[in-house]
Design a protein around this ligand. Structure first.
Ligand code: AMP
Length: 289
């Protein structure tokens, strides 16, 4: 596994891989890796020959400077995880390699109006800008993103279509701890009491699944049940409990063909998100979370 810190070095290695007709798979991360991240590498491996992972804590996507400074970092641990997952190259740029008096940014309109977009001003602009830069640096054939950050994944899919990036986007399932908590680098910040209470997020989604597979379609009924369960976990605050159309990410009143229930809440200073995608198979709802 090569660890490269400059754009020049990365391009050189990738040129060699492409000369051998290798398809490039790419997994962008902010490090402090867990099995959620390595599952994305597993997905990439199914459709590509040379796996690139970036580790870059992207300052411009943090709307809260404290969140940036306290974001967990441990490169030695990350290298072990990445090596174990079969990553071929880690791209590990520093701030100055990525941002040198940059004046350009990328936005995806309307898809970022709601959910995290409404609560984290500037966050998605920072994400789309760094992902565009990384796509131009790595030039992957395929890039894998997690359903965990569903608004990010759907918006990046749209960005890639709108801006004609020649890359296929895969959205991979959420990897959870045994008790249902969605894996996240930020879970490290949870006290044991907060971690127990945070299970309310996935419990809320499980309740939604029960209601939906039982035939309930009313958004009000489902969301108030989910909110009730989350409140039992005594979050410090709830950012949103929403039902949105999968393609537009705009709020809807009832379960429709393809939609998403998404939740975000603070436990202490730690903001956690989770979601469930609802599709239909021969008219029967199927929930993926
Ligand atoms: P991050 O390092 O948190 O920016 O995440 C990098 C990528 O890993 C994003 O595409 C995330 O959606 C994905 N990811 C984070 N947590 C999980 C998880 N529990 N399961 C699957 N993918 C995840």
């Amino acid at each position: 596994m090569e660890v490269v810190r400059t754009i020049g070095q990365a391009r050189e290695i990738l040129r060699t891989a492409r000369k051998k007709d290798m398809r490039i798979g790419f997994v962008p991360t902010m490090g402090y890796l867990h099995r959620g991240h390595t599952s994305l590498v597993d997905e990439a491996k199914k459709v590509s020959d040379f796996q690139v992972m970036s580790i870059f804590v992207n300052k411009i996507q943090f709307n809260d400077p404290k969140d940036f400074s306290s974001y967990p970092r441990d490169l030695e641990r990350d290298f072990d995880y990445a090596k174990g997952a079969g990553v071929d190259m880690i791209f590990l740029p520093d701030d100055s390699e990525m941002y040198n008096n940059h004046l350009t940014s990328v936005d995806v309109a309307t898809l970022t109006d709601n959910l995290c977009g409404a609560h984290r001003p500037g966050h998605f602009r920072g994400v789309f800008t760094v992902v565009s830069k990384l796509f131009n640096i790595i030039q992957p054939d395929v890039a894998v993103f997690g359903q965990k950050d569903i608004q990010q994944a759907i918006s990046i899919q749209k960005m890639v279509t709108d801006l004609n990036f020649p890359v296929t986007i895969i959205i991979a399932p959420i990897i959870r701890e045994g008790d249902g908590l969605a894996m996240s680098s930020r879970n490290k910040h949870l006290s044991s009491d907060q971690r127990t209470r945070a299970l309310a997020l996935s419990s809320g989604l499980k309740t939604a699944e029960r209601l939906i597979t039982g035939g309930e379609t009313s958004g009000d009924t489902i969301l108030s049940a989910v909110r009730g369960i989350i409140e039992e976990g005594r979050p410090d605050s709830i950012d949103y409990v929403s039902l949105v159309n999968y393609h537009t990410l705009q709020p809807i009143d009832a379960i429709s063909d393809t939609c998403v229930i998404a939740v975000a809440a603070f436990f202490g200073a730690t903001r956690l998100i989770d979601n469930m995608i609802i599709t239909h198979d021969h008219g029967r709802p199927v929930c993926r979370f």
